[in-house]
Design a protein around this ligand. Structure first.
Ligand code: NAP
Length: 474
């Protein structure tokens, strides 16, 4: 039986506690993962505080060297990381490959952003008494960061916290999802080789509930949480005075207008709705299509869905793998059955076998149904026709969430109207909301969160501005 140790202050460690890890695909046993005990958590926080005294003074070239070493390390272990993501998350190989590529990109952006953490000069002589006074602004690292990450991108969403922390001179402790700790533990081995101060990076495989104590610990200066809305907002309520970024879920929507390139919109909607079985925060859940093109879209789209291949996520040709566990698959199945009772029509799919849910397309799902108003986080797409563009925008906004939205149109007035009116953190023109670039400011409005990731923006959230007020009169 393989035993996986956690990473504490530069060393792989075991403990008296461990849990069994199973793969989502066919429930195959992966091994045992050691859980840190209280004393280990204490050591990690203490180690991060000590490391901060060193990392906060790291010159840019040192941070660049560390990040470059991590980039090379990921490149060397690319294939192992891809297989690990397939194994622990049940993500199809083609999407796991995409995730590793993106993680390399995320660290590369961080390496570049190191040298762009700029300050500024502000004039202070706005009153006659202040002549010969000048202000200088500089960003300083905030202190130990706690990154809590979800199961669905076990490498790149860890990278989105670790890379800006290193770039800005902050130590970071990662608490990965219990189902997917292995990618972050490989990353730990890679980071161990980078020459970073021990204590500047730890991976603690504690259970979710136990992480609350760390969230409350005043030595931690910043929480960066990615996960479900319920957990995220609870953490905000208990984190005290520290800064917190919440990257939460949504029920993202897109609009396809009459002037869109329909074939392209169909291809992209297929990806947005079913990539990683819909277990993506910016998964395309609600799709509004103009009534003039609705029938054509529906026919062509369903033909494509019919051809998706379900099965073993390790094969490159597989499009749809298992959901993360049977509980989640049963929940999605239940929501589909309840939506049917509410009057929705299942056009395709809607079936479950173990933790596989067939790609599901539903028409006319009432807004009150759970399947419509909550985050489905499964392979389900809801179709709805519309007549007037502004009504479609109102439908997109009829949600407690606001992460990203997609609008397929080439009309500049509609593009601008969408930018002005759609209540989401990002509006994607001629693509699905599932499109994301790792450098963009990324995050949600409403219940989808607060703060922004995307390296430059995460660095801003992990640094404080200080101002030097110079009196040059004496
Ligand atoms: P989750 O259940 O909220 O878990 C996320 C992380 O929080 C895990 O590490 C989990 O640990 C931990 N956790 C759970 N309860 C906790 C508590 N009381 N205190 C502190 N930490 C706690 O979410 P998930 O199922 O892994 O991920 C899916 C969710 O993440 C979806 O809602 C999705 O939309 C969202 N997401 C958002 C983004 C974004 O960027 N906006 C990206 C990806 C995913 P355990 O695993 O040990 O329970």
């Amino acid at each position: 039986m393989t035993e996986y140790k956690f990473y504490l202050n530069g060393k792989m460690c075991s403990s008296k506690l461990k849990y069994k890890l199973f793969a989502p695909y066919k429930g195959k046993s992966i091994g045992n993962v050691y859980r840190p005990e209280k004393k280990h958590v204490e050591k990690a926080i203490d180690g991060a505080c000590k490391a901060f005294e060193i990392t906060r003074k790291y010159p840019v070239f040192k941070r660049v060297e560390i990040l470059e070493s991590i980039i090379q390390g990921i490149k060397k272990r690319k294939s192992e990381l891809e297989k690990t993501i397939v194994l622990e998350a049940g993500k199809c190989l083609k999407h796991a490959r995409g995730e590793v590529k993106r993680a390399i990109c995320t660290f590369t952006i961080a390496k570049e952003e190191c040298s762009r953490i700029e300050g500024g000069i502000i004039p202070l002589d706005i009153l006659s008494a202040n002549v010969n006074r000048t202000g200088i602004i500089k960003r300083f690292p905030i202190g130990p960061v706690l990154g809590i990450t979800p199961f669905n991108f076990p490498l790149n969403l860890v990278a989105h916290k670790v890379a800006p922390a290193i770039a800005s001179g902050n130590p970071i402790i990662i608490k990965p999802a219990s189902q997917t700790p292995l990618s972050s533990l490989i990353l730990a081995e890679i980071i161990q080789e980078s020459g970073i101060e021990s204590g500047a990076f730890s991976v603690l495989t504690v259970p979710g509930k136990d992480a609350e104590k760390m969230v409350q610990d005043s030595r931690i200066k910043k929480i960066s949480f990615t996960g479900s809305a319920d957990v995220g907002w609870k953490l905000k309520s208990i984190c005290g005075k520290k800064r917190i970024t919440l990257e939460l879920g949504g029920n993202c929507a897109a609009i396809i207008h009459t002037d869109a390139n329909l074939d392209y919109a169909i291809e992209r909607s297929l990806m947005g709705a079913f990539a990683y079985q819909g277990q993506v925060c910016i998964h395309l859940q609600r799709l509004f299509i103009h009534k003039k093109i609705y029938k054509k879209f529906k026919k062509k789209f369903l033909d494509k869905v019919r051809n998706l291949k379900l099965g073993n996520p390790s094969y490159l040709k597989t499009d749809i793998g298992p959901m993360i566990n049977i509980k989640e698959a049963k929940r999605v199945e239940l929501w589909i059955r309840e939506a049917e009772k509410d009057g929705a029509k299942v056009l395709m799919g809607g079936k479950r076998e173990d933790n596989f849910v067939t790609p599901t397309v539903v028409e006319n799902c009432p807004v009150e149904s759970l399947l419509n108003r909550c985050e489905v986080f499964g392979p389900v797409l809801l179709l709805q026709e519309y007549d007037d563009f502004s009504d479609a925008v109102a439908c997109v906004n009829n949600s407690e969430y606001g992460l990203q939205a997609g609008v397929f149109t080439n009309d500049i007035k509609r593009i601008w109207y969408s930018f002005d009116e759609i209540q989401t953190g990002g509006i994607v023109i001629n693509d699905v909301p599932t499109f994301r670039v790792d450098s963009q400011p990324y995050g949600g409005l409403k219940s989808s969160g607060i703060g922004r990731e995307g390296i430059k923006y995460a660095i801003e959230e992990m640094t404080e501005i200080k101002t030097l007020l110079l009196n040059l009169n004496n």
